[in-house]
Design a protein. Sequence first.
Length: 203
Amino acid sequence: MKTQRWFLPDTPDVLGILRQQLEVTIRAMDALVAWAGGDGARADDVRRLEHEADEHKRALQQALVEAFTTPYDPENLYTLSRGIDWVVNLAKDAVRESEVMACPPNEPIAEMAVLLRAAVGHLDDAVAALQQHRGDATAAADEAIKAERNLERVYRRAMAELLEVDDLREVTARRELYRRFSRIGETVAEVAERVWYAVIKES
């Protein structure tokens, strides 16, 4: 008599894969901070890490397809990964825009880059906490949003200072770069809000 065996489908560590994506994104933000601080060679690192982050995004997408169960709603996990991907994509685009317009980063850009790095670090803390301490996850998400609000203060101050600049070309280029960094910050805040949504939905 044959013994029938049942095998449950794999349950991949989707949160672990998401954290791998965040780890690469953090390294991209470190490169962005160095680039914004004057190390132009780090632009290549931002571009390289954007491609590496894409690999983890695709790995998460495949894991969500294959997973029998997931600790959070698959749609929320997908949305978190997509938002994190947008952060590093937008960072790469900002670097490229700076190069195309021959407009190197200045002090406000450097300040905003530092705040973005801090915000993404808080996102990593939030995702890490999703596994065990959901209250810590939302607290970390709040910290990411706080960093984004500080970035917006730098953005508004920098835009106001452009009123004192006579060179129209510089004003146009700086305004575009400032807006790009502001958009990265908004994307970080959207990811943080999604952390809150994921926790609320599972409560």
